[in-house]
Design a protein around this ligand. Structure first.
Ligand code: BG6
Length: 479
């Protein structure tokens, strides 16, 4: 066999987030998180973005799929064994902040919560699966959102620093790869998930959102500082959503709009976290959003400058087309949306499928930052149909992933330093945007429906075997 384009030790694996699969939402002292207050169903996004949403939980009105997830909390051994069977080299998961600090503002952590992640990490290591940990993935303690106003409040820096300090100290000997915040640029669309801010508590105001970002940049820098002091070679990354952006046509008006979209959405957060300073376009961008100069403390900028990230983790699901000059049909997406690109097909949820856009993303990011890249999310959310044996012939998912892996190979051949690839929702889990179970990404089918019915039994899909072969051949066997 010829040599793979992917480097030896390439981190093939899969990705999840605690709030979307663990369930057991009040077990062993865990407190409520923002995710626990998110109702299920297609209206979830609109409810969160609405004027009156105040993080109340109303079980008479809604169902809350995150409360039970896929019960990974009690079944993680079975799940990790399946990941090992696929040959995972790494597993990206997050730590539920509210398991460690149920209210977020305590001084003493919850030992039972820490113990759970001891066990999870040890289970990974048992199979030589490298844990990749997201410190905060859309699951801050609800108390910090409700009673402190989320990340617009500077006190959040201290609470996060304490949380990061506790988990880094506890696990740094066993966990080499970390990320500070999941999709830190997501608040452009919805600040509820990662900032704990909704319209009823300041989330409808750009001043507060940019202030919250500043606090997250400082907090992230503090986590990087703690981690590197513990062990100089810990790899601590940022994590952004990347949406390759195309001008709809050659009209310079749309080209400029695309440039600005790139700066604001794709690069702003990474520029700060990777380069250690606010980019040149910040002043103009803040003016555009009518944001007054941010409250910045004396040593904030030095902290940010001295504690930059080691790699760039990013999610890539789709590209977007920018059109400001004509009326064009709009499409949906996780955070991105945009106008319909006539050259692309879309998923069952309207996310435009664009593997070549991933090659572009990888080149753009690498040539901008010259830091290693890690694709920590990618995948196809689709309706799966099981046969009488609970088997899913998910050729559409295989095809999606194959095309994206081909694009990754092209980018590596272009000279990009790519560390690894962890497709999203390697086991079916609760969708972040819709709260549905029926929006499935996994190689492993979980028997649970949108209403919460099902045995929770796990079944290997056709893509399970396919991905096992991909990993075994270091990305060479894709058919
Ligand atoms: C990313 C998030 O935006 O996309 C995940 O980091 C999320 O938490 C994933 O699940 C897929 O989005 P969705 O809405 O299909 O679950």
């Amino acid at each position: 066999m010829t040599k793979s384009v992917f480097k030896e030790g390439f981190l093939w694996g899969g990705a999840t987030a605690a709030n979307q699969l663990e369930g057991a939402y009040l077990a062993d002292g865990k407190g409520l998180s923002v995710a626990d207050a998110m109702p299920g169903g297609k209206q979830r996004w609109q409810i969160l973005a609405g004027e009156n949403f105040d993080w109340s939980i109303d079980e008479s009105k809604y169902i809350y799929p995150n409360h039970t997830g896929i019960d990974h909390y009690h079944r993680f051994k079975e799940d990790i064994a399946l990941f090992a069977k696929m040959g995972f080299k790494c597993y990206r998961f997050s730590i539920a902040w509210a398991r460690i600090f149920p209210q977020g503002d305590e001084s003493t952590p919850n030992e039972a919560g820490l113990h759970f992640y001891d066990e999870l990490i040890d289970e990974c290591l048992k199979y030589d699966i490298e844990p990749v940990v997201t410190i905060s993935h859309y699951e801050m303690p609800l108390n910090l959102a409700k009673n402190y106003g989320g990340w617009q409040n500077r006190q959040l820096i201290d609470f996060y620093e304490h949380f990061a300090d506790v988990v880094l100290n506890r696990y740094y000997k066993k966990v080499k790869y970390w990320m500070t915040f999941n999709e830190i640029n997501s608040p452009f669309e919805l600040p509820a998930l990662s900032m704990g801010m909704v319209k009823s508590n300041g989330g409808g105001n750009w001043q507060n959102i940019f202030q919250a970002w500043h606090h997250q940049f400082v907090a992230s820098a503090k986590a990087v500082k703690i981690g590197h002091a513990l062990k100089a070679d810990l790899q601590i990354g940022c994590m952004i959503i990347y949406g390759t952006s195309y001008s709809y046509d050659a009209n310079p008006v749309n080209q400029v709009a695309t440039m600005i979209q790139n700066q604001e959405f794709n690069y702003f957060c990474a520029d700060v976290q990777v380069r250690g300073q606010y980019p040149a376009y910040t002043t103009r961008m803040l003016e555009k959003y009518q944001v007054k100069p941010l409250a910045v403390k004396d040593d904030d900028l030095a902290l940010i400058a001295e504690n930059t990230v080691d790699y760039i983790g990013f999610s890539y699901y789709m590209s977007t087309a920018i059109n400001e000059t004509t009326t064009a049909e709009k499409v949906q997406g996780n955070i991105l949306g945009g106008v319909k690109n006539p050259f692309l097909a879309a998923s069952d949820w309207g996310w435009q499928i664009d593997p070549k856009g991933l090659r572009i993303a990888l080149n753009e990011l690498y040539n901008r930052y010259q830091k290693p890249l890690f694709i920590v999310e990618n995948g196809l959310g689709a309706y799966d149909e099981v046969d009488e044996n609970f088997y899913v012939a998910d050729d559409y998912r295989i095809d999606y992933l194959r095309q994206h892996i081909i694009a990754m190979g092209e980018a590596v051949a272009d000279g990009v330093d790519l560390m690894g690839y962890t497709p999203w929702g390697c086991i079916d889990l609760v969708s972040a945007s819709t709260g549905e179970m029926s929006k499935r990404y996994g190689f492993i089918y979980v028997d649970k429906d949108d209403e919460g019915n099902g045995t929770l039994n796990r079944y290997e899909k056709k893509s399970f075997d396919w991905y096992r072969n991909v990993i075994a051949t270091n990305g060479q066997k894709l058919d």
